[in-house]
Design a protein around this ligand. Structure first.
Ligand SMILES: Cc1ncc(COP(=O)(O)O)c(C=O)c1O
Length: 374
């Protein structure tokens, strides 16, 4: 490692190098076919991904934001309806709800797991509530079975599994516990393509059929349009790349777990409060996050000077984002999410992060804590 090498929060180049031969071959194969949309590669990937998750159907879409919008549409959710979710998530969870005309209703998070506090969800259910979108944030897992037992049967559960490929609870994959699960294949995700991509998984044949129609202009064939859909398809090149990477997903998630273990054992656990992962959960460590019990900005700046990149997910909870002002929420409405946003940090995490780099990160952070925060 050169003296001036930056340690990235997520370096995608190393993964490409590692699987280059297989990925290049898969891409070349597609290029030669002359079929780039809705052909063999997508069908093969959909089959393999559904099998991996344990669900009956996987329908590839252009990205997870579309996947969420189409899922809500397939459930006929829109104007006048309410959808419950968390204010501590990426914006697309919420913008998808807004795009359908429905109203997002927030429930605060649990301060240990950073997940929606499912024990409080029933307090927010009204006659307009049509669905709940629990988000498996950073790879930690919402107990969807418990959530199901707490809410009326007519309320659907759409799992936002954009960050949780391979995460499990009691051995069961995320995405396969609610009515629908939505995954993102954005490049930095645990299973990431080389462009945008996503998929919707379900065990419900009718929902799968509806999503297939909606992603392709509502066409049953080139001459017949049965509903008004959009264009949102996972393309052949992305499908081919994802098929290669899917074979290594579990291996990559294990490597992430090893890195997380080292952070947890070697970093000062007075200074950091790590995201709590329950014993029955296998976390894919999409991100490695912790609360900083000290001056977060000073730590970030110090690490930046030492050429170690970190990030903050999320700086502002979604009820306080300018775009969501119209929802009428105020500062103080979700104190746990607000507090977490002011403390959280994400440290470098990707499967190929070398031990040498990891040790440098840990040593540098421990040095900072000793020098400035004790
Ligand atoms: C929790 C969550 N939901 C949804 C999305 C949307 O995914 P995409 O970028 O594929 O639309 C993301 C991506 O950042 C996400 O992290």
């Amino acid at each position: 490692m050169g003296k001036d090498t930056i340690i990235w929060r997520c370096d995608l180049r190393v993964q490409y190098k590692k699987y280059k031969k297989e990925i290049d071959a898969a891409i070349k194969k597609v290029l030669k076919t002359g079929q780039y949309i809705l052909a063999e590669e997508l069908s093969a990937f959909e089959k393999d991904f559904a099998e991996y998750i344990g669900s009956k159907y996987s329908v590839g879409v252009g990205n997870a934001t579309d996947g969420l919008i189409l899922s809500l549409k397939a459930l006929e959710i829109g104007q006048g309806d309410e959808v419950i979710t968390t204010p501590f998530t990426a914006i697309p969870t919420v913008s998808a709800i807004i795009a359908t005309g429905a109203k997002p209703v927030f429930v605060d998070i649990d301060e240990k797991t950073f997940l929606i506090n499912i024990e409080r969800v029933t307090d927010f259910i009204t006659s307009k509530t049509k669905a709940i979108i629990p988000v498996h944030i950073f790879g930690n897992v919402v107990d969807v079975k418990r959530l199901r037992s707490l809410i009326p049967e007519n309320i659907s559960i759409i799992e936002d599994a954009a960050q949780s490929h391979g995460s499990k609870i009691n051995g069961k994959h995320t995405g396969n516990m609610g009515d629908i699960g939505v995954f993102s294949f954005y490049p930095t995700k645990n299973l990431g393509g080389y462009g945008d991509g996503g998929t919707v998984v379900t065990n419900n044949q009718e929902i799968a059929r509806e999503i297939k129609l909606l992603r392709m202009y509502g066409m049953t064939d080139k001459d017949h349009i049965v509903i008004n859909g959009i264009n949102s398809r996972l393309d052949e090149l992305q499908s081919a790349v994802l098929s290669v990477k899917l074979k290594y997903l579990d291996e990559m998630n294990e490597l992430r777990n090893k890195i997380a273990d080292k952070y947890r054992t070697e970093l000062d656990n007075q200074y950091f409060t790590f995201q709590y992962i329950p014993d029955n959960v296998f976390c894919n460590y999409h991100l490695f996050t912790a609360r900083v019990n000290g001056d977060r900005n000073k730590l970030i700046n110090y690490l930046e000077r030492k050429k170690i990149q970190t990030n903050v997910y999320y700086m502002i909870p979604l009820h306080l984002q300018e775009a969501n002002k119209f929802l009428g929420y105020n500062k103080g409405d979700f104190p746990t999410a607000e507090k977490l946003c002011s403390q959280i940090i994400a440290l470098p995490m990707y499967p190929e992060l070398t031990t040498q780099k990891l040790e440098k990160i840990i040593t540098t952070i421990n040095e900072f804590v000793r020098k400035y925060q004790k």
